[in-house]
Ligand binder design. Sequence first.
Ligand SMILES: C[S@@+](CC[C@H](N)C(=O)[O-])C[C@H]1O[C@@H](n2cnc3c(N)ncnc32)[C@H](O)[C@@H]1O
Length: 209
Amino acid sequence: MDIKFNAQKNREFFNMKIDEYDLSHEEFMKTKKELTDNLPYDVSRVLDLGAGTGLELIELFKKFNNAKVTAVDISEKMLERLKQREFGDIVKIICGSFFDVDFEKNYDAVISTSALHHFLKEDKFVIYKKVFDSLKDGGIFLNCDKIVNSNEEEQEMIEFYNSNINNRPHIDTPLSIEHEIEILEKAGFKDISVSDVDKENYRLFKAIK
Ligand SMILES: C[S@@+](CC[C@H](N)C(=O)[O-])C[C@H]1O[C@@H](n2cnc3c(N)ncnc32)[C@H](O)[C@@H]1O
């Protein structure tokens, strides 16, 4: 799957969904809070991948009101909504694809939720390597996202999307837990753990540089 095509599909989809997005994600607010709950107490510099309208940042700024957050997202409409939030002015906003934007270095934490299940294993590895390189030594990567239950299910999902790709408004290809761990390890992460969250098809992945 071409990564630029994939990114543009996501951009168009989330731009189009903007008016209903926050409401449709109300049921995911607990999964978003997992990120804040698992950040180290002294976290300061945070990179949020696929920050969208900033829903996960609501909790984050309640607990870490001095955090310096950079938000990367390809949908300008989602980011406009983020800018309208009370913390909108203090977040550094970068509109672009994960594959094109250069991530700064020395982050204490990189966080992401509901945003990285659109990429195949090899493309996701590219993102995880960039995340690894952007963290300080000992920094934490927290990703709370959709998974599938087996490698077979993962493959079926890919075939399903490939079979009719041009007619699909949105590309969801979550990986199995086994593959998630495999590429986190390959990117260099250690102390990788996986926890259940309140959505059955979601997991919280924690990984340390
Ligand atoms: C389901 S939303 C999640 C937003 C937010 N993290 C939340 O949990 O409410 C997924 C976000 O990922 C962004 N996204 C998808 N593919 C992207 C890419 N290739 N580069 C940057 N952002 C991307 C979308 O624009 C969208 O805002």
